[in-house]
Design a binder for this molecule. Structure first.
Ligand code: ATP
Length: 290
């Protein structure tokens, strides 16, 4: 679906993106994360065909984005980081205006706009977008990116500045788009959202790709898994204690069986057995401080 090969972007002497290789398979949601200025927007804009790489090739939907720009762009929906609207229009007027620019068939467009306004829970009445909250404005911008029903969606910080509920609405909306067969590439600073919605995550540091893998693989390779057993015993033990309970923590799964056997042999009560895994945020902070 997307294939970047040795993509570099220079702004005069400054290298914003360095020899980037990235593959996104159809139907995936991929998140690009990295510090401010890491090169996320630059990468997304290059894939959307808005700026050209200095070197390297980008293929999207099986075509070279530079050589077949017009054809590819018809299948791409792009949400820029900043997406000002025409504030003297209602959401419907705004979307209709763009559908006319894209010369979309009128009848089909009306139904499409109805569906988008409805699924994004946007009021279609008389309110002008200039009177909308930030969350509603972002939803209108997302609707605009989806207007032509693109196969590939590229979203630059879709949740930036939004409250937790609106953010989650949008994140869940992306999941429904994925279920409908769309491929989504997004950048975000909220790593909890990325972990929640993305199949695969790219971590960029100063324009270089440092990690690109599935969330499971990232957790397995870079995170920690801690097992915890909470139990009661009728004799003093050399274990961590909290109120009436003893707590046993370990990273080694083998040690679990020994402690469970001890609890069972002594007829003690097992209160809880749980597994905690590193969150993406913890892994990210560790990687970035290395
Ligand atoms: P943020 O999280 O702050 O949005 P980002 O990861 O999206 O950051 P980019 O916007 O891609 O980062 O910018 C990467 C680097 O390239 C930054 O150092 C930025 O200043 C620089 N840059 C971006 N656009 C230009 C430009 N048009 N001219 C010169 N430098 C630029």
């Amino acid at each position: 679906m997307i294939e970047l090969t040795s993509v570099t972007k220079r702004y005069r002497d400054f290298i914003a993106v360095h020899e980037l290789n990235l593959r996104v398979t159809p139907g995936e949601i991929v998140g690009i994360i990295g510090h401010n200025g890491a090169g996320k927007s630059t990468t997304l804009k290059m894939i959307a065909g808005l700026i050209a790489p200095t070197s390297g090739t980008i293929r999207a939907l099986g075509r070279d984005i530079q050589k077949e720009s017009v054809r590819v762009k018809k299948q791409i929906g792009f949400l820029p980081e900043d997406s000002p609207l025409y504030e003297n229009m209602t959401a419907r007027q705004y979307l209709t205006f763009f559908s006319e620019l894209y010369t979309m068939p009128r009848e089909q467009t009306r139904a499409r706009i109805d569906t988008l306004l409805d699924s994004l829970k946007l009021p279609e009445q008389d309110k002008l977008t200039g009177e909308f909250s930030k969350g509603m404005k972002r939803k209108v911008a997302i609707a605009r990116a989806l207007l032509h029903d693109p196969q590939l969606l590229i979203l630059d910080e879709p949740n930036s500045g939004l409250d937790p509920l609106t953010s989650f609405f949008i994140i869940n909306y992306l999941k429904t788009l994925k279920q409908a067969g769309k491929t989504i590439l997004l950048s975000a600073h909220n790593l909890f959202h990325v972990e929640y919605v993305c199949d695969r995550v790219a971590i960029i540091k100063a324009g270089r790709l440092v990690v690109y893998d599935t969330m499971d693989a990232i957790r397995a390779n870079l995170g920690k898994r801690e097992y915890q057993i909470i139990f009661k015993a009728d004799q003093p033990l050399d274990f961590e204690r909290h109120e009436d309970n003893y707590i046993f923590r370990t990273h080694a799964i083998g040690a679990i069986a020994d402690v469970l056997e001890m609890i069972s042999d002594n007829d003690w009560a097992l209160v809880d057995l749980s597994v905690q895994e590193s969150a993406l945020e913890e892994i990210y902070v560790k990687l970035m401080s290395a």
